[in-house]
Design a protein around this ligand. Structure first.
Ligand code: NAP
Length: 315
């Protein structure tokens, strides 16, 4: 089958189509014929070797951690999924080798949720990694509650645009940073206070929430994360998905701060898919391309200004 692989770490030139064996599901596994796969910054980070100390990598590595498709083979002992089921999946395993940018991928039920009929394959592919990250950061680590206040850094991106909606639907007051051309987009998602990250952060945050926010959710790192402690209220906490080192340094100074690395969670994924199908969670697919155009898609992802998600059709 065709897959987008790397044979060693490297830049954009390291990625190419290759022929690899069609995987067979073992006991407790299903095989998914992939229809669409979203790109995430983790894909170029894996390509470049940034995760090499975090997970074992087995080359050739097929890239891609997000997909939607149809189950076409089921191993023994699997309940809940059968051939022909439409599914979406967050595909991270304990090692890096089998990615979603392939015609097929073998996964376990813990990676999967059923795709509701009202959700397209393209939107479904865009949801798992970013949606689960937003959920786990806001609610599991961030303890965001009804009436709470949250500042989401990089609110127009893949994780951010879902996070602001999830926070809003939980009854929070939401501040989100983006460049000014994205502020109407943020408002359309329910953001109460769009903030220009090129301006001075603190006065804008204090103007909206004088006592400081309950949660700063960092999806960008750098100066945004550096300046997050001063934006917090007395019981406030910081959750970052970008910079574990800085989070450790904050925690060492007594600041409530946590780093999150998203984990597969079938129950949360099912909830997210249901909300998206009902129209309660808008999945913004700002670019939909054939996977043959992967090079342009990666280039655009790496520029760092994607609105919502980039999705590739596995055609
Ligand atoms: N730890 C985990 O489990 C985990 C999970 C998912 C993602 N991540 C990481 O989290 C980061 C975000 O992921 P993503 O998928 O949301 O990325 P993304 O979609 O590529 O983010 C793009 C967004 O970033 C915004 N942006 C760029 N510079 C900014 C700045 N200085 N301040 C605020 N916003 C800025 C852009 O808005 P404008 O166009 O308006 O500039 C754009 O909308 C990546 O580093 C990714 O690797 C980690």
């Amino acid at each position: 089958m065709k897959a987008l692989v790397i044979h060693s770490f490297g830049g954009p030139e390291a990625v190419a189509f290759d022929e690899i064996p069609v995987p067979e599901p073992g006991r407790g596994e299903v095989r998914v014929r992939v229809r669409a796969a979203a790109l995430n910054p983790v894909d170029w980070k894996i390509r470049d070797g940034y995760l090499k100390d975090m997970f074992p990598h087995h080359f050739p590595v097929t890239l891609g951690w997000d997909c939607a498709g149809v189950v076409d083979a089921v191993g023994g002992g699997v309940t809940g999924f059968k051939e022909g089921d439409a599914v979406l999946a967050y595909c991270r395993k304990e090692f890096v080798r089998d990615g979603a940018l392939a015609e097929s991928i073998v996964l376990e039920p813990r990676h999967l949720a059923h795709k509701p009929e009202g959700l397209s394959f393209e939107a479904a592919a865009a949801l798992p990694l970013a949606g689960l990250t937003a959920w786990q950061a806001l609610f599991d680590a961030g303890k965001l509650n009804k009436g709470g206040t949250v500042l989401v850094h990089a609110a127009a991106g893949g994780v951010g645009h879902l996070a602001v909606q999830l926070a809003k639907s939980a009854g929070a007051v939401v501040l989100g940073t983006a460049s000014v051309p994205n502020h109407d987009f943020l408002r359309s998602l329910g953001v109460d206070h769009p903030v220009d990250y090129r301006g001075d952060l603190l006065p804008n945050v204090r103007a909206a929430v004088p006592d400081g926010v309950d949660l700063a959710f960092d999806c960008i790192g750098g100066e945004a994360l550096e300046r997050s402690p001063e934006c917090l209220g007395p019981e406030g906490r910081i959750v970052s998905i970008v910079d574990p080192g800085k989070i450790e340094a904050f925690a060492g100074k007594g600041i409530r701060a946590e780093w999150v690395f998203v984990a597969p969670n079938a129950e949360q994924l099912s909830e997210l898919a249901g909300r998206a199908a009902r129209g309660d969670l808008k999945v913004e697919v700002s670019a939909l391309r054939s996977w043959k155009e992967y090079a342009e898609a990666f280039k655009s992802l790496e520029a760092g200004h994607t609105r919502g998600k980039i999705v590739l059709r596995i055609d």
